[in-house]
Design a protein around this ligand. Sequence first.
Ligand SMILES: *[C@@H]1O[C@H](CO)[C@@H](O)[C@H](O)[C@H]1NC(C)=O
Ligand SMILES: *[C@@H]1O[C@H](CO)[C@@H](O)[C@H](O)[C@H]1NC(C)=O
Ligand SMILES: *[C@@H]1O[C@H](CO)[C@@H](O)[C@H](O)[C@H]1NC(C)=O
Ligand SMILES: *[C@@H]1O[C@H](CO)[C@@H](O)[C@H](O)[C@H]1NC(C)=O
Ligand SMILES: *[C@@H]1O[C@H](CO)[C@@H](O)[C@H](O)[C@H]1NC(C)=O
Ligand SMILES: *[C@@H]1O[C@H](CO)[C@@H](O)[C@H](O)[C@H]1NC(C)=O
Ligand SMILES: *[C@@H]1O[C@H](CO)[C@@H](O)[C@H](O)[C@H]1NC(C)=O
Ligand SMILES: *[C@@H]1O[C@H](CO)[C@@H](O)[C@H](O)[C@H]1NC(C)=O
Ligand SMILES: *[C@@H]1O[C@H](CO)[C@@H](O)[C@H](O)[C@H]1NC(C)=O
Length: 502
Amino acid sequence: METFTHFVTHLSSTKLLLITLTLLLYTPTWPSSAAATQTEFLRDFKATPDPSIQTFQSLLADPNGNFSLGFLRVNKTQLALALLHVPSSDPLWLANPAQLARWSDRTTLVFNGSLVLSDPQGRVFWSTHTKGDRVVLLNTSNVQVQTQSSVLWQSFDFPTNTLVENQNFTSTMSLVSSNGLYSMRLGSNFMGLYARFKSGSNSDQIYWRHRAMEVKAEIVEGKGPIYAQVNSDGFLGMYQTGNSAPVDIQPFNTFHRPVNGLRKVRLEPDGNFNGFYWEGSKWVPDFQAISLPCELPSRCGAYGLCGAGNGSCSCLDNRTEFRSGECFPVQYGDFCSGGLGEISNFWVIRKSSVELPYKELMGYQTTSSYGECERVCERNCSCWGAVYNNASGFCYTMDYPIQTLAGVGDESKMGYFKVREGAGRKKMNVGFGVGIGVVCGALVIFVGVAGVWSFRAWRRKRRGGGGGTKRFTGQDGGLSPGPYEDLGSASFRSIEMGNNGR
Ligand SMILES: *[C@@H]1O[C@H](CO)[C@@H](O)[C@H](O)[C@H]1NC(C)=O
Ligand SMILES: *[C@@H]1O[C@H](CO)[C@@H](O)[C@H](O)[C@H]1NC(C)=O
Ligand SMILES: *[C@@H]1O[C@H](CO)[C@@H](O)[C@H](O)[C@H]1NC(C)=O
Ligand SMILES: *[C@@H]1O[C@H](CO)[C@@H](O)[C@H](O)[C@H]1NC(C)=O
Ligand SMILES: *[C@@H]1O[C@H](CO)[C@@H](O)[C@H](O)[C@H]1NC(C)=O
Ligand SMILES: *[C@@H]1O[C@H](CO)[C@@H](O)[C@H](O)[C@H]1NC(C)=O
Ligand SMILES: *[C@@H]1O[C@H](CO)[C@@H](O)[C@H](O)[C@H]1NC(C)=O
Ligand SMILES: *[C@@H]1O[C@H](CO)[C@@H](O)[C@H](O)[C@H]1NC(C)=O
Ligand SMILES: *[C@@H]1O[C@H](CO)[C@@H](O)[C@H](O)[C@H]1NC(C)=O
């Protein structure tokens, strides 16, 4: 019912009247699935989304009615199996964040030992892969598949972007921001935040790290893995399994102060890692891993510049205006794809008084001058840019598209940034590029046709000698100019978030 009231707050009073009338008139035929919130699923459970529901269809509730598991409508047509904090309608967990289903009566959720979200074509969006007797939702917000005597599966072991009070977060888990760009993971003695500025595995850039302080307890090597937990006493703790004393405490504002509502931490789409508590009517911010805006991993987007002092956004390229949250469209790949090794399909921005917000966590090499640092990057086709500290001689190189740099009041910190040809030149040049493409294409076709023709002529003369054919078959491979590749890979986020809807 709370979700319904939430839905209602978004409507005007006339619509409200209409809906109330509709409800009054049609209550007897109101689809039963809409109101069928249960306290457990047994083996015959089956549900499909109700087409009339616009936001959330509750299916399973905890004993206090604080939490609800059900169908959440995403982007009008898509469906996520979600766990909501009912008073705030805030999703704490999604079963299938990477593979959304369709909001259609053909999508079903069944419990047959496994909790399975699938469609009639046999496509399984998500499954617990268990052989349990029932599904329950505990008053902690943990969804469990149980048998009479044991717990086979629990949602607490598969967090999305949020951890709630008393949920154990181990080193085999990760939190991922809703846009798929950022993740939180544990190391052997630290907690780290990572950015995926470049698609493909193992290319994450760490941008925040909190080492365990080991004040109340020390980490004993080989004594068990570490895990993190939001403690009801107002801190984010790290523990070593088998020892109840924390090896680390990151205090919230309400440290040692009891609060009535739920506590949670969440990895945000901007890469920050924030804590909140529920105050009865709203979530109150209680913790922030990164407190200075310019220290966020990419506050102003690709090729942005975060102003020292007030954190305002501009662009590294002083001829580009910072508009609608970006400087250049997001770029992908590297400069190696042309096959010539050192590829020159880029132009360069040079800027002084800039530094990388997370340079302390980056590798670097020492060079004798800025010029040498620049050359290291210029010659390397997987390098997107370099930042040099003239005082220390440290040269930091980036093997991913340039993100936001922080402005500093120190002229001796200098940056060199490659920009893909075509990126900043906007519409006119896109047209120009297409024109060039058409001309080049026509040329290639002409050369190809002429080639094939002369080849045939040559073969007719010689009969045999197939050695020359390779050259011709190889030619179609060279027809893809850079910008088109960009288009192909531009859906990195949507792949991360929802490889779906098909
Ligand atoms: C929802 O739609 C918006 C705009 O069409 C899109 O940018 C976003 O990626 C979509 N979200 C998901 C989860 O598919
Ligand atoms: C439950 O249903 C899913 C999807 O229809 C199926 O793949 C799975 O084998 C079933 N499990 C059992 C135990 O019947
Ligand atoms: C939650 O459930 C546990 C046992 O299942 C119980 O001991 C505890 O009091 C409950 N907490 C609340 C707030 O209802
Ligand atoms: C979290 O871990 C502790 C220590 O290993 C354990 O006692 C507790 O039951 C776990 N909590 C949950 C919800 O799994
Ligand atoms: C759950 O609801 C009960 C009563 O409805 C309330 O006292 C309690 O604080 C709530 N718990 C959480 C974690 O929100
Ligand atoms: C922020 O500071 C810059 C100069 O450092 C200035 O140009 C800009 O107007 C300031 N913006 C705001 C919103 O104060
Ligand atoms: C942009 O920066 C370059 C190099 O720092 C400088 O020479 C040029 O005058 C600047 N242009 C504008 C419009 O500020
Ligand atoms: C090129 O840059 C990448 C990433 O910065 C680095 O891993 C690689 O070793 C560099 N290659 C050479 C030949 O310097
Ligand atoms: C960089 O350092 C060198 C000597 O260490 C100095 O001569 C030069 O002026 C500095 N350049 C800048 C831009 O600060």
